[in-house]
Structure formats: structure tokens, C-alpha cells
Design a protein. Structure first.
Ligand code: AMP
Length: 218
């Protein structure tokens, strides 16, 4: 059966770390809209230039721009068995778009669709964002305060300099939280009413959360 997994939760709730691991574990592609948009920005495409002006303010990128990128990805050969979708949908309008995209790409396949909500104490999240660093090569995520690399600013695995995301500063992060609570949090109720929501406690260590995640995807 095709396995479609989407993830909800506030910025820096740990979705990135867990969904990367889950995609490897299940052998399904990890599709992360934030990274796809940052790749467009790095290539300086027309979409990238538009996306940057929204990302820099902590706002959502226009719905049609993201839907086009996601629509192409989900129609790809590698998504035939399913996907791990991180960062999409982020509003009710995007959730409706996703239903339309899925109806097109699923055909007659039997599908298991789950929306996994990372329920977390939001107090600690701002520090997770402000001190976050990641490796541009392997994608490993570090945190100067909670999970520092062995050598300051250098990836333990790849030995290259760690990067900080342009939107990981206090001001933009606060706006990203506002955007999350206004536009994305209503999706919890939306998917609950459809009977596909699975809530996990996302407080605790990476392994603790991983074990809870495995319980709900069975
Ligand atoms: P993330 O890497 O998931 O924290 O996303 C970084 C930024 O990319 C967000 O603050 C938004 O500006 C933009 N973004 C990511 N995913 C979406 C989406 N599904 N819809 C609109 N904007 C998005």
C-alpha cells in the first residue's frame, strides 16, 4: 500500500531530524519544502527570488508557487510507493491543494495517509532556532547550546564549515511562530476531523521521539 506521511508542528520541533531518519528507515523520499525553496534561492531562479522575499519576513511563500514545486515532486517515479512530506501543507488552502495533487498522482492505488503532529512545549523552541547550525554537505543538524559539534562550527562527519540559515534569527523566528499559529495550527483540527491525525509527544531526546514516531506509523 502507498504510504503518504505528512508532518505538522511548530518551527524547530524536530520534524527535520525525525523525518530524515524516517525516510531512510522506510525507503521513501524525504520531501522538505523549506529545503526545496532554499535550493531555488541558491540557484537564483525566478521562483527563488520571489520565495526569498517571503522567507526573509518569516511569511509563507505564495500557495501556487509551492504547489507547483510539490506537484512535480509528488508525481515523480520515486514517490510511487509513498513519501515523507515535511513542511507541507502549512495552511488550509495548501491542504486542499494537496488533496487535489494526491487525487491526481494516486490513481487506483490503495493509500494510507497520515498527518503526524509533533506536540511540543514551545518555550524551548526559540533557542533551538537561534543556536541552530547545519552541515551543507550531509544535512546533519547541530545546536551551539544543546548539541554542539566536537570542533566549533565544523561538521563532525564531513569536516566542513557549518552554516546558519538566514531566517534563523530572533526576529524572523518570532514571525515564523506567528505564521505557524495563525495559518498552520488550524490543520491539526482539519486532519483530526478527517480521522487521519496521529499526535506524538515531541518533548525529550531524539531517540525517545523516534520510538514514539515508530509506534504511530505502524
Ligand atoms: P522551514 O525550512 O520548513 O522552516 O521553512 C522555511 C521557510 O520556507 C518558511 O518560514 C516559509 O517562509 C517557507 N516555506 C516552507 N514551506 C512552505 C510552505 N509549505 N508554504 C509556504 N512557505 C513555505
Amino acid at each position: 500500500m502507498k504510504q503518504e506521511l505528512i508532518f505538522l508542528g511548530p518551527p524547530a520541533c524536530g520534524k527535520g531530524t525525525q523525518t530524515n531518519r524516517l525516510s531512510e528507515f522506510l525507503g521513501l523520499p524525504h520531501i522538505d519544502t523549506g529545503s526545496l525553496l532554499r535550493a531555488e534561492i541558491a540557484k537564483e531562479t525566478e521562483d527563488g527570488i520571489i520565495a526569498k522575499s517571503f522567507i526573509d519576513k518569516g511569511h509563507l511563500v505564495p500557495v501556487d508557487l509551492v504547489a507547483t514545486i510539490i506537484g512535480k515532486k509528488l508525481a515523480g517515479e520515486d514517490c510511487k510507493k509513498g513519501y515523507v512530506l515535511d513542511g507541507y501543507p502549512r495552511s488550509l488552502e495548501q491542504a486542499e491543494k494537496l488533496d487535489i495533487i494526491n487525487a491526481k498522482v494516486d490513481g487506483d492505488n490503495q493509500v494510507s495517509f497520515k498527518a503526524i503532529y509533533f506536540d511540543i512545549d514551545t518555550q524551548i523552541l526559540l533557542d533551538r532556532i537561534i543556536y541552530r547550525q547545519s552541515c551543507p554537505v550531509c544535512g546533519e543538524i547541530y545546536n551551539k547550546k544543546f548539541k554542539p559539534s566536537k570542533t566549533e562550527n565544523i561538521c563532525d562527519k564531513c569536516n566542513v564549515e557549518l552554516k546558519t540559515r538566514a531566517d534563523d534569527n530572533a526576529e524572523i523566528a518570532q514571525e515564523r511562530f506567528n505564521t505557524y499559529f495563525e495559518q498552520t495550527a488550524p490543520l491539526i483540527k482539519f486532519y483530526e476531523e478527517k480521522g487521519v491525525l496521529r499526535k506524538i509527544d515531541a518533548n525529550g531526546s531524539i531517540d525517545e521521539v523516534w520510538n514514539r514516531l515508530l509506534d504511530v506509523i505502524k
